[in-house]
Unconditional design. Sequence first.
Lengths: 782, 302
Amino acid sequence: MIDDRLHILAFGFASPWLLWGLAAASIPVLIHLLHKRQYKETSWAAMQFLLNAARRQSRKLRIQQLLLLAVRMLIVLLLAVALARPYVENLGAYFQTDVPVHRVIILDASFSMGFMEGTQSRFDQAKDIARKILDSAKQSDAMNLMRIAGSAPYLIIRQPAYQKSQVIQELDELELTDERGDVLATLQQALELVQETPDLARKEVYILSDFQKENWLADSPARQGAVRKLLEQISAVAKLRLISQGQGASSNTSMTSFKIAEPLAIVGQPIHFLVSIQYQGEIPLANQTVELFINGRLAQTTQVDLAPNSEAQANFSYTLNAPGEFQVEARLQEDQLSLDDRRWLSLPAKDRLRVLLVNGVTSGRELDAATAYLDLALSPRLSPSDATGLIQPRVINEGDFISTDLTQYDCLFLCNIGRLTSQEVEILTAYVRGGGGLVVCLGDQVDLENYNRTLYQEGQGLLPVKIESRVDRSSDNASGFAFDSAIIEHPIMEPFLGNPNAGLESVEKNSYFKTSFPEDSTARVVLKFENGDPAIIDSDAGQGRVLVLTTAVDRSWGNWAIWPSFPPVMNECVFHVVSGRWPERQKLVGEELVRPFSVGVSEMPVMVFRPDQRSEPQQVMNSENENTIVYSNTDRAGIYEMEFGLPLNRKELFAVNVDPRESLLECMDEKELKSSLFSSVDMSYRTQFRDSGQTSLGPVSSRDGLTRWLLYLVMGFIFVEQVLAWRFSFGVIALGLLVAIGLVASLVSSGQQWAILLIGLMAAGLILGWFQQGREKRTSKR
Amino acid sequence: MEDSRQYLDPEVLNKLTGLELQARLIVEGYVSGLHKSPYHGFSVEFAEHREYVPGDDLRYVDWKVFGKTDRYYLKQYEEETNFACHLLLDTSESMQYRSEGAAVSKLDYARYVAASLAYLITQQQDAVGLTTFDSEITNFLQPSSQPSHLKRLLHLMEEAPAQGETSLGSIFHSVAERTKQRGLVIIISDLFDDLETLLLGLKHLKHCRHDVSLLQVIDPAEQDFPFDEPTLFHGLEISADQMVDPRSLKDAYHREFDGFLKEVRSHCRNLQMEYTLLRTDMPLDVALASYLNSRMHRNSRI
């Protein structure tokens, strides 16, 4: 039974010392009782004097009544306000609320933050500030860490964390990326984050960035509008605090592009490297060194002068001696932002190009083959053993096509093939999409219907154009069809530019096929007939290229095959079609490396070696017609090496470079930010983080707050009200004391000593007033 | 006689019954404190010196003159005229008031004073009459010097009930009309009335060439206002109730009341009327003395 009783009594108080308040509750009762007893009644003769006096006193009485009323109203008001749990910032730790603050810190990790200011990069400075913010957080605060980068993750810490140490650890491990900042994506996630934690009422979002125009006023007005809208939405639930790192002059040299002039790197021929440099700065720089590294060794240096805020170009000329995969690097003189001072190039150098020529016309006589002249044009020789050229053509007949391994060949020519089976088309498609080059040469054998069905496929196939009707030279047309003398600017036609009378205009063709382009065709016309119909059409298909020659490349439809302009055009066609694969080796940070294959390599082991010395194994992805390797973890700039095991047993290099747009370091200051993005958004802008009011004297429990202070005041006022109603002068003294105590308490805790002196004076005045009153009382008694 | 002096204390007097007895005791007590007998002329007015002739009463020798001139001269007084005194006694309800610290109500005290004055006047063979009033005259006795008249007077005083409102001004007008001959009018009241009407009445009396004296009887509490707890005051004549916190009201009340007294006093001075303030805690010989002595001083000045 005793146990039961103990169970019932098993409750307690969090702050038992406050139970003295219960004793205080009896004070009003006491005062009430005393008050009642003092109330007397008497009859009075000198009423008129009393009434007059009372009337004169009424004004004083009214003031007294008003004061009493005011005190009563104040009690109710203070109670209401206290219950609303208010908080006021910057008033001292004593007034900090016990409502936890949700702090979201967004750090700009785009590579422009790598700009060195003195010995510290802007990113490190931002990290220091982030640490300060975390230090100033109280125990009950929730924290999230986010970053502005080019790729996920944007949220470093997914859920609001209460463990400061965990957040600080993540902060320490946060690294600068080589990426361009995607502000929109980060803000979107930030908005989701603040919206999904409504129970944390008070939120602060810190954005530590250099506020680069390039990142923030991104791309298009539509995107900028989207950013602005996100900021508005975020500021509706949280306080935005911007801390800008982009102060101070920032001059920067950066490399914007690094490429070669030729479409292909060919062994034994000089390769021209073109380096584009951009300089943002006021002081002209002279004799800036530019270096060329091939496979890690310094090959050449040159010097360049940079005028303020200008672009310049540095050129190198180098000849490779052996074929293979080369990694080429161009380096500028290092400046405060070093990530954009170098660029890589993955250069597969070839000493020979293997070309497969598929003959559609078998004949006893060699020169009657559709491929005959083409063969000679690509590799001029008197006898087979004389073949020393770059291009190594091999001729097969139509029937042998299926059984040939296409991967060995850099490109294919289909010459006057009559019709193609769907199987053949499949193989071709895989080959082309995998990066191979295809040149389709039409002729008299071509079955229109078949080609349109299998190759064109209503614009979905390999063929970029639909083959319409065949056009023949009419009997009254004396010269046949000639090519248009206006040379189209295209890599294939490059030798003919500014070079008239090279034998192009004098070509006469008897027949060709008319073609039509589908609606949203991206194909280009390379060469036209005089009447405007296309003769050569160029298009991309997957990773490869397709060329269509609407006329024959043998002598059946004209003399072009033996004309002087024939070999250069054919050679250029080869170069152009083959180099289709090459741009895919050069990527930007964040872009995927895609390497498709045409023939069964589904079990092939693949290893990717990254520029930071790590290696990652990859899986070949298999789909119906293709095997592909996709590597998406290109977060660092540099050379990535893909090593293919059996059956290919080969290495290929990929160059990943930083996005040159991020090198534009122009940063927005407060005014620009306000006018562009924050025009309707409240934010506070700083360049440093200052702690607000951490000068508390003594331990402050995290549950203290303005509420508690207000409740104390309410208690005091209730007491004062009782005393006022009982005896007015005492009440005024009590009120004065209460105000004095309140002021002293608040000022002591926020450390302003001068006000304590004032309180002392007030107290002295009160005491004097008391004595004065006492003296008056004594004299009034006769 | 020490015994008789104790009866000058209103508290002690209160224990006795019978106004006649009380009056006698007061007067005797008063008289015993005096050096000179008051019986010889109530209104003694010094007229001139007369040379001494053997056989004159030695009592009237002016020894000061002898001291100066070494000759004997007698003080001669005006012939005592047959003077009539009208006592006006306020019996309104406000006179009922007796505070805690006072032994008797204002009315009782006024009665004592009036009775003793009547006694004195009758002793010196002068005529005394009585008018009791509140808002109007309730009783009127013509002056007479007969001892039996005194008895009647005293009886009337005793019996007069305290009720009704004060309305002094109109009373004075009535009195002025009723009295034919010039005489002494002694008003015994708390004078709690509208000052304007009071003044008009007094002026009327003065116009009738009466010699007017005002004896204002107040309770000590009315002057001191010794209250300090919140009190509900019920008006006696004015039916008003006022709840006050006396401590905050005290100064203002004093201002009002003392101002009133001052005004009355100054008006009396202007009208050349005798004014004496009597508090019900004053011993009666002091009360009488303050009036009579001031009267004597006044007279001798003239």
